[in-house]
Design a protein around this ligand. Structure first.
Ligand SMILES: Nc1ncnc2c1ncn2[C@@H]1O[C@H](COP(=O)(O)OP(=O)(O)O)[C@@H](O)[C@H]1O
Ligand SMILES: [Mg+2]
Length: 359
């Protein structure tokens, strides 16, 4: 579902902005520091309840202001628009409104507004530790398996309790009672993740090859403990090790998506431009797969589109995004960097000193 309208208030350097959007490409053009990334950040916050640039709400709320607002209208069909909104206060409190009803959960916002963000710091999907790759997998599982969100939350709470208990427990018997539910949750979570990666793998490997034909790419899911052993046995067998570490070493919290090109770990082989293209391929594959599985269309946020990409690669990415039919927000410093993507349906916005004006 595309956003037909976006209202942002007191967000970074954006005092107030109210714009009608294209269901296709929306270009944000302006000099450094004008507020382009802030617009993308506002949309991201509307779908995730938090920023991708800072975990501190105080940084995102406009200086001297007490709160920020981001509101949007999601176009469901020609007749029906769903209003959604989030409001964050300096004291950290958050208010979510969906369809005019306040007191809604952020997870529900995330559910109605699936987003894929591609930004210059997003390489950590490929080059950093497994955390962002787990987040990548879990985005897909969240949107395809309704029970995942609650199970994962419950698993994290239980795992935390277990870690606390490890510090005082005299024998495994004191922990084993808690491990029963933990093991069931871990096996379920892992099963959903494995199933998701299995479905996604073909599509992702295919797009990666299209983007980077010179490489053979393989994705492999690692569940966080060895293949042969049930998780409840991992917990009991490793009790002493976990106790000396002070936390549960193996489990879904260690899961990863292992990515290799031509059999070699990725960061040893790809240039920065190639890494960026690979991140784009993985994100677009995930968005396309979501549409295939659920009929939902995600929105792409692409910050600093042109950075690291030559014109041929820009064209490849633009064509691929166009073929998805999704709504796309693209930021760029100059208009000629996005010239190839622009069509009749697209809308260009000029961004300067925190004001966003249609061109
Ligand atoms: N909390 C805030 N209040 C007011 N201005 C801010 C706040 N946080 C950042 N800024 C300013 O907002 C501007 C927007 O930056 P940004 O969106 O990153 O621009 P761009 O992506 O166009 O380069 C920067 O000039 C920054 O100094
Ligand atoms: Mg920027």
């Amino acid at each position: 579902m595309p956003l037909s309208r976006l209202i942002v208030k007191q967000f970074r350097n954006i005092k107030a902005c109210d714009i009608d959007l294209s269901p296709g490409f929306n270009f944000l053009i302006g000099p450094n520091g004008s507020g382009k990334t802030s617009v993308l950040e506002a949309i991201y916050l509307l779908g995730h309840g938090r920023s991708f640039r800072s975990s501190l709400t105080g940084r995102v709320i406009q200086n001297e202001c007490e709160q920020l607002f981001v509101h949007g209208r999601l176009l469901h069909s020609d007749q029906f628009e769903l209003p959604i909104g989030i409001n964050k206060q300096r004291d950290g409190s958050t208010e979510v409104k969906i369809g005019g009803e306040s007191g809604q959960k952020i997870a529900k916002l995330a559910n109605v507004l699936p987003l894929q963000l591609i930004h210059p710091e997003g390489f950590d999907l490929l080059t950093a530790g497994p955390k962002s790759r787990r987040a990548y997998i879990d985005w897909g599982v969240f949107h395809s398996e309704p029970a995942f969100y609650d199970s994962w939350g419950r698993y994290k709470r239980l795992a935390k309790q277990r870690n606390a208990l490890l510090k005082s427990a005299k024998s495994y018997r004191e922990v084993s009672f808690w491990d029963q539910e933990l093991a069931i949750l871990a096996e379920n979570i892992s099963h959903w993740r494995a199933q998701y990666v299995n479905h996604l793998k073909m599509a992702a490997e295919h797009i990666c090859r299209e983007f980077l034909p010179e490489f053979d790419i393989q994705l492999k899911y690692y569940r966080g403990w060895d293949k042969e052993t049930d998780y409840k046995d991992v917990l009991s067998q490793n009790f002493e090790r976990d106790q000396s570490l002070g936390y549960t070493f193996s489990g879904p919290n260690k899961a990863d998506l292992r990515i290799k090109v031509n059999g070699t770990p990725i960061e040893d082989v790809l240039s920065r431009g190639q890494l960026k293209l690979m991140v784009c391929a993985l994100r677009v594959a995930q968005g396309q797969h979501l549409t295939e599985m659920t009929g939902k269309q995600c929105i792409y946020l692409i910050d600093d589109f042109a950075s690291e990409l030559d014109s041929q690669r820009r064209q490849r990415l633009a064509d691929c995004l166009k073929s998805t039919g999704a709504q796309v927000f693209v930021s760029s410093i100059t208009q000629n960097q996005i010239a190839d993507m622009h069509d009749d349906q697209g809308k260009v916005f000029h961004v300067e000193h925190g004001t966003i004006e249609p061109v």
